[in-house]
Write a new protein. Sequence first.
Length: 395
Amino acid sequence: MARVRLENITKRYEDVTAVDDVSMEIEDGEFVTFVGPSGCGKSTTMEAVAGLTQPTEGRVYIGEDDVTNLAPKDRGVAMVFQNIALFPHMNVYDNISFGLRLRKYDDEEVRRRVEQAADVVQLEGMLERMPDELSGGQRQRVAIARSIVRNPDVFLMDEPLANLDAKLRVHMRTELQRLHRELGTTVIYVTHDQAEAMTMSNRIAVLNEGRLQQIDPPLTCYNEPANLFVAGFIGSPSMNFVEGELVEGGLETTNFTVDLDSTSVPGVTVGDTVTLGIRPEDVHLSQEADSLASVTAPIDARTDVLEPMGDEIFVYLLLSEAAAGSMEEDPSTSPDQLLMSVTPDTDIEAEQDVEVVLDRSKIHLFETATGDALVHGVTDLSERGSGPTPTEADS
Ligand code: ADP
């Protein structure tokens, strides 16, 4: 086991900067996932840890050692890839033990390690099988067992579940979590699938265009995204974004205003463009928002398309004066939209006029120009003077 430290890693190819000044520290025994859209630099960053890529700038440390110039085999890492390459003519036992036999471990030690690894990935009783007698998931487990027997300090996994069908992927997710719990080894995991990242990791490192956007526990990235990119990438369906202008006493968007003390939003001033973010589950029908401590004034909307998911219904809302019927007067107006998620027993249908509110404690504000988060929750930013009236006892 070992901690991993990346110090200002940059990787440039001729005309692409694949990784741009990435620094992070991964604790001993931690499960950290690199997540982000295709091409954001996840694999290149992991390859820098593995030693498969030489960074243009920066240092890589594993444990206390600077491994930047070490060969992959001398770094104490084991990799599991998306494309599992098992030797087709060898049975499971020989596939798992291949590396150990190459390193001339004695037979007794080889058997002990293989049986232990097979036990961890639940392949007991299958050691005599040939690869073509295994399912996709079982083959992936052989590949993982082959890494386990090497007793690595760090596991590096690059989209190891990408080729499996959806059901098996979910199953392997829980298996990998159990494996991590049992072995306690540091894991760096690469995926473009934010659900995988959210469910398995101690922390997730969100990358975009080669730059580290945020590294935090999954729920922190969900509840307190550092910027617009993280807010939009983490969570499915995605957070709603509505642009507005900070005015005296509030945030004004085309279709609604959120009352707040604009002077107390840090980093911006009246007149600045600010983007409001709200997740679908934090948009509520007015009549069902009684239990919420603090909500916005009602917003007129018209329901468009409904998507019943079984455990919830996604409701696409058209804001704007659509609700007042002025859409026909000016068809060029593109109404702002909001996605709302409601419980399946909600009495709602398409093309219905409704009033919705936003949970003020769940409103995020971002500086539109930079994308940086300004505040998460505007409950404490109540408009000046609209708070509790001072009583005589206060004065
Ligand atoms: P991800 O794993 O997030 O999909 P990668 O780390 O594979 O992204 O790639 C990051 C960027 O670097 C991409 O734009 C990719 O095209 C580029 N890249 C990766 N490897 C090479 C290479 N060997 N030569 C040139 N460009 C590369």
